[in-house]
Ligand binder design. Structure first.
Ligand code: ADP
Ligand code: ZN
Length: 733
């Protein structure tokens, strides 16, 4: 008889089906909470996590037994509570939450020995391009960690090149256990001597760590004011306390430059977590987070779901950045969930930004967050000078986008050997392709969106689904030959104008679609920073965290671009983006070496628009306060709550029938004091062949929105092909 040890266990099961936590028969000897296990589910075996004691509702003899207990580190109580709370908040089933938390490959494999390559000596005298590529990859990653084939693949060369470098003694191949701890960081290496307000801010953050427990601090200061230097001091204190620290960055800002900076401060490289990290490193980092074998992790938003054993500090840099919102799968905002995780783990949370989100600004104003301000730019007194160019009287010829005034400033920079940045947040050549004979605009076959001409690739591309096709010569609608025209500017078209007007200048276009890999983009950015270009044309990827020391002019080609639209966040987003871009001018050296302060010029048709005026005046607080007042008056976030419900289906009729039906079941929402708006076609009414309709739910701050939505949606079973996605706190509304 096995009754005495055959107790049941509740196990969260990794599955995309709605079932989340199920009862299983515990293995002999029992299992402890948080342990990762394999359990049978139907005909499959899936990963699960022990969530608690069995409910006792089932006959033990009928329960299926746990198949195997993995020797991966268990999830802590804090971690499981975090997953549960995020799941409740975002209305995500436990199975999906568990998948977020176990995004590391091969957790069901025991740690094994593997062959890894390590840098062992100087580069060989005969350094071919292929060999140089291999060395670049390994040096970029701290000189170690790759399996031979993995290293060759990342460098884009054959394994024989790696073998050749081993034979030459530059690299060695050795046996290493798979999951070794990361080198310890040394918090007591000297940092940079801090300026007065930096020192005060650092002391305050340090004190928070010494006092222990949870608090969130908004660390505000313009780009270049030294925020990074300050929060690295908080990291140092966290390390002294023997706890783990996490720094989140928008993916694009996760540069080798940043990691080098951390290494220079602490004498070793941190753990790295983002889409470019190899499978084996991801597994190792997961295990080391769980077993406290890594002190500091620098990562993109999903690093927040690593199973840290003892997290003392979370920094969210550029906290306003919209890329912290995950827009598929589990819809969460990593900034908000970082605050939640901090409160569960008893950790300090630092939100850093030059242009905080309105939410954080309000929370700081209400005393929910502490606020620390850095005032001056480090080592330089001024922000760039700002000016507007009124396009209404600029007399621009058709097909031209650079005004005479802006062109003159660019010309002056060229003569002085300084760099100019022309900012236009539009990828491709032209946003619209229209037939001049019949007026037809070329759209995507699968989405309710126009195709965008990308002349460098000679294709039309849909920015929603990525479908592309060759640029036709005849109109697909009326058949007229040679009458298709490009309307409006994209960065590629702007580049054409620049090359025409400044043929002697070295011009480079920075747009995410023009770079095959993050590495290629970084390489170009490094070259630009070293002076390898005179005129930089860029989309929003230039706004984030890159240093261009020679840059003294920023021209915003179309400052009105983000201001239109019904989206209530349009003003906030435009403000943040333009403010960040303007801040690129004269970041270094202003006032030094006799160099002038930078200049930022906004080309606009509405120089009196409040957003444009706020940027020109430099009075950020006035802008935020006005925005706050507007949101408050409208009962919009963060004063009221919003949720978006997107229904999608390949069948438009069925979709609209179901949406109508749902709107008749809204009683649970009304009971909770929430208001249901819609159904209406979603802002993009069709994506990848699926029609989309949207409801918006608006509720007072304290209303139990999640529970009401869950009850509402449970009242009606959707047809098989219809998907329902719930977006709590949507980015656009
Ligand atoms: P932010 O994070 O606010 O953009 P950073 O911390 O990156 O600002 O600082 C901007 C630049 O100034 C960096 O190159 C940094 O190394 C330098 N810097 C900041 N503080 C100091 C300091 N106290 N001493 C020397 N250099 C500093
Ligand atoms: Zn499409």
């Amino acid at each position: 008889m096995t009754a005495e040890f055959a107790t049941g266990a509740r196990i969260a099961v990794l599955t995309t089906e709605v079932v989340g936590v199920l009862d299983y028969l515990a293995p002999e000897g029992g299992v402890s909470p948080g342990a990762l296990v394999l359990v049978p589910l139907g005909p499959r075996r899936v990963l699960g996590c022990v969530w608690g004691k069995g409910t006792g509702d089932f006959d033990l003899a009928k329960l299926r037994p746990v198949a195997r207990v993995l020797d991966a580190a268990p999830l802590t109580d804090h971690m499981r509570e975090f997953l549960e709370r995020v799941g409740d908040y975002t209305l995500t089933p436990m199975g999906l939450m568990l998948r977020m938390a176990t995004r590391a490959p091969d957790l069901d494999q025991p740690p094994a020995l593997r062959r890894v390559i390590r840098r062992a000596g100087p580069a060989p005298a005969r350094l071919t391009d292929a060999r140089a590529a291999v060395l670049r990859v390994i040096d970029d990653h701290g000189g170690a960690g790759f399996a031979p084939a993995e290293l060759a693949a990342l460098a884009g060369v054959g394994t024989s090149v790696v073998k050749g470098l081993v034979a030459a003694g530059t690299l060695v191949e050795e046996q290493a256990p798979r999951d070794t701890p990361y080198p310890e960081l040394d918090p007591d290496l000297p940092g940079k001597p801090l300026a007065e307000d930096q020192a005060a801010a650092a002391a305050s953050l340090r004190q928070g760590l010494i006092d222990g427990g949870y608090a969130t601090t908004l660390l505000r200061g313009v780009t270049g004011s030294g925020k990074t230097e300050v929060y690295l001091e908080a990291v140092a204190e966290c390390l002294r306390q023997g706890r783990q620290a996490l720094v989140l960055l928008p993916e694009i800002a996760l540069s080798a430059e940043f990691l080098d900076r951390v290494e220079a401060r602490f004498g070793a490289r941190p753990g790295e977590w983002h889409s470019g990290v190899t499978r084996s490193e991801r597994r190792r980092l997961w295990q080391m987070a769980a077993s406290a074998g890594v002190d500091l992790v620098v990562g993109a938003r999903s690093a927040l779901f690593l199973p840290f054993r003892d997290l003392g500090l979370i920094v969210v840099d550029e906290e306003h950045d919209s890329s912290y919102k995950q827009e598929d799968g589990v819809l969460y905002n990593a900034r908000d969930m970082a605050v939640l995780r901090g409160s569960i783990d008893g950790a300090q949370v630092v939100l850093a930004s030059a242009t905080p989100s309105l939410e954080s600004w309000v929370n700081a104003g209400a005393g929910k967050y502490n606020r620390l301000d850095l005032h001056a730019r480090w080592g330089a007194a001024d922000l760039p000078d700002m000016g507007a160019i009124d396009l209404r009287d600029a007399d621009m010829p058709a097909g031209r986008w650079i005004s005479a005034r802006l062109a003159a400033e660019v010309g002056a920079r060229l003569e002085r050997g300084e760099q100019s940045l022309l900012f236009l947040n539009r990828r491709g050549y032209a946003p619209v392709t229209v037939c001049r004979a019949c007026g037809f605009q070329i759209g995507c076959d699968h989405c309710d969106a126009r195709m965008v001409e990308h002349r460098f690739q000679n294709r039309l591309v849909c920015h929603q689904c990525g479908t592309s096709k060759p640029i036709p010569t005849a109109c697909p609608s009326c058949g007229a030959e040679g009458r298709l025209a490009a309307l409006g500017p994209g960065v590629e078209r702007l580049a054409e104008e620049v090359v025409e007007r400044f043929p002697q200048a070295r011009t480079v276009v920075l747009s995410s679609d023009l770079f095959g890999s993050a590495r290629a983009l970084k390489q170009t950015i490094t070259e630009i920073a070293a002076g390898g270009a005179d005129i930089i044309i860029g989309t929003q990827i230039v706004a984030k965290g890159h240093n261009f020391p020679l840059l003294t002019l920023v021209g915003v080609i179309d400052a009105d671009l983000g201001l239109q639209g019904a989206d209530l966040r349009a003003a906030e987003r435009s403000f943040q983006l333009m403010r960040q871009v303007a801040g690129r001018a004269g970041r270094h050296g202003a006032g030094q070496d006799g160099r002038a302060a930078g200049l930022a010029l906004l080309q606009t048709h509405q120089p009196d628009h409040p957003v444009i005026r706020a940027i020109l005046s430099g009075d950020d607080e006035a802008f935020w306060n006005a925005e706050v007042a507007a949101r408050q008056a409208a009962g919009m976030p963060p004063f009221g709550r919003l949720a978006g419900i997107i229904l999608s289906s390949p069948d438009a009729t069925e979709l609209s029938r179901f949406a109508q039906e749902l709107s008749r079941h809204a009683q649970p929402l009304r009971d909770a004091g929430a208001e249901l708006l819609g159904p209406a076609p979603a802002p993009i009414a069709r994506i990848r062949g699926r029609h989309r309709m949207r409801f918006l739910i608006r509720a007072p701050r304290q209303a139990p929105v999640q529970a009401a939505i869950a009850a509402w949606l449970a009242s009606l079973r959707p047809p098989t092909n219809l998907r329902v996605a719930v977006d709590i706190d949507p980015q656009s509304f």
